[in-house]
Write a protein that binds this ligand. Structure first.
Ligand SMILES: Nc1nc2c(ncn2[C@@H]2O[C@H](COP(=O)(O)OP(=O)(O)O)[C@@H](O)[C@H]2O)c(=O)[nH]1
Ligand SMILES: [Mg+2]
Length: 365
């Protein structure tokens, strides 16, 4: 299961966003360290394609893909030096696949803290870079002696040293131009800033029109086109407050509220999809009268591996996959009709499944 960690300064809106994503009721309150221990919950990956297939199949049960979301409290300026809850948040960040920065852009006199998202970003990046710098320096010190005896460690030491140079300037590694080889050598070290980052800019509820402006502001700073971070980072603006209120409603009222505000399907589905995309995750579907379901797989996976997501027996006894792209199936209207029309492809064990494929696995078990 993939895990996203919400990281930000106090009162940026992390716990509110967590509640909106997971349908939980974690304490969201305007005082620091309201969140001491991390809240962990599951978020549904809402997907209109899945809804459409479920409707087509008149399915009894619709199962969405899920991701784990962690609301990580305790990051303040100086945290890497022991301020606030100190380094406690670091251990929690190490366990996530993608970091979600929550950057506050709303002003509210009753809620302490800066409302400049770039100020939030600056503090977060420095604290994470300093934390990585400390781990890298410890590792370099330990490795230097060993590398004198064992030349095979030299490359790794080189990668750590190049990481150190960047971090010492306060530059997170997702912004650094490190080679692919360096990144591979750094991977086992579980650094914080080698992870993918999604920045959520939390805009005031009466400032929705300025969302694109705020996104642009943060993108220009964090991931300008052509920079190293451009492919590692995404930026998304939303009013966390409104999204959280909408999330409390049932599907029909939610749709009405979001549409009345001109927010379309809302920002949460887009947020989860962006994080999916950053992590190289893709979705395939299975559909029938009993169940219509979205399954998560890594880009580049072959059909048997995807079959294994459904059940290990299907991978072991894999014979072939019957495949059709979700929208073509929807246009035709049913699996049987698609079959009669010869639109279902038969694919073997070397087939690379693509996002949106609808599958039926043939197997002998
Ligand atoms: N006005 C306004 N208040 C917000 C918004 N988002 C969160 N808040 C409030 O800010 C306070 C802190 O939010 P919380 O989610 O606990 O932030 P955290 O410290 O990052 O977990 C709470 O009182 C929220 O209700 C927003 O978009 N607008
Ligand atoms: Mg909180």
């Amino acid at each position: 299961m993939e895990r996203f960690g919400l990281v930000g300064l106090p009162n940026a809106g992390k716990s509110s966003l967590y509640n909106a994503l997971t349908g939980s009721n974690a304490l969201a309150a305007p005082y620091p360290f309201a969140t001491k221990d991390p809240n962990i919950g599951m978020a549904k990956v809402l997907d209109p394609r899945l809804d459409a297939l479920a409707e087509m199949s008149k399915t009894q049960k619709t199962v969405y893909a899920t991701v784990e979301v962690v609301d990580i409290g305790g990051l303040v300026e100086g945290a890497s030096k022991g301020e606030g809850l100190g380094n406690k948040f670091l251990a929690n960040i190490r366990e996530v696949d993608a970091i979600v920065f929550v950057l506050r852009a709303f002003a509210d006199d009753d809620i302490p803290g800066p409302s400049d998202p770039l100020e939030h970003l600056r503090v977060l990046e420095i604290e994470l870079a300093l934390a990585d710098l400390e781990s890298v320096e410890t590792k370099i010190n330990r490795m230097q002696k060993a590398a004198r005896m064992d030349k095979s460690l030299e490359e790794e030491l080189g990668a750590l040293t190049r990481a150190q140079e960047n971090l010492a300037e306060g530059r997170p590694l997702y912004r650094a131009t490190l080679s692919k080889d360096d990144l591979t050598l750094l991977a086992p070290h579980f650094l914080l800033t080698t992870r993918r980052v999604l920045a959520v800019v939390n805009v005031a509820e009466n400032d929705l029109a300025r969302i694109p402006e705020f996104e642009e502001l943060v993108r220009k700073e964090l991931a300008p086109p052509g920079s190293a971070s451009a492919s590692q980072v995404e930026v998304l603006g939303m009013s966390v407050q409104l999204e959280a209120e909408a999330a409390q409603l049932d599907a029909k009222d939610r749709k009405e509220m979001l549409e009345a505000l001109g927010l379309g399907e809302g920002a949460l589905p887009r947020m989860v999809r962006s994080a999916y995309h950053l992590l190289g995750l893709r979705t395939f579907f299975t559909t029938g009268e009993k169940e219509t379901r979205a399954w998560t797989f890594h880009a580049g996976s072959k059909a048997p591996e995807c079959a294994g997501k459904i059940h290990s027996d299907l991978q072991r006894g894999f014979i072939r996959a019957d495949v059709i792209m979700w929208d073509e199936l929807l246009r035709i209207g049913s699996w049987n009709k698609a079959k009669d029309l010869g639109k279902i492809r038969v694919e073997g064990k070397d087939y690379e499944v693509v996002d949106g494929d609808t599958l039926e696995i043939r197997h002998n078990t």
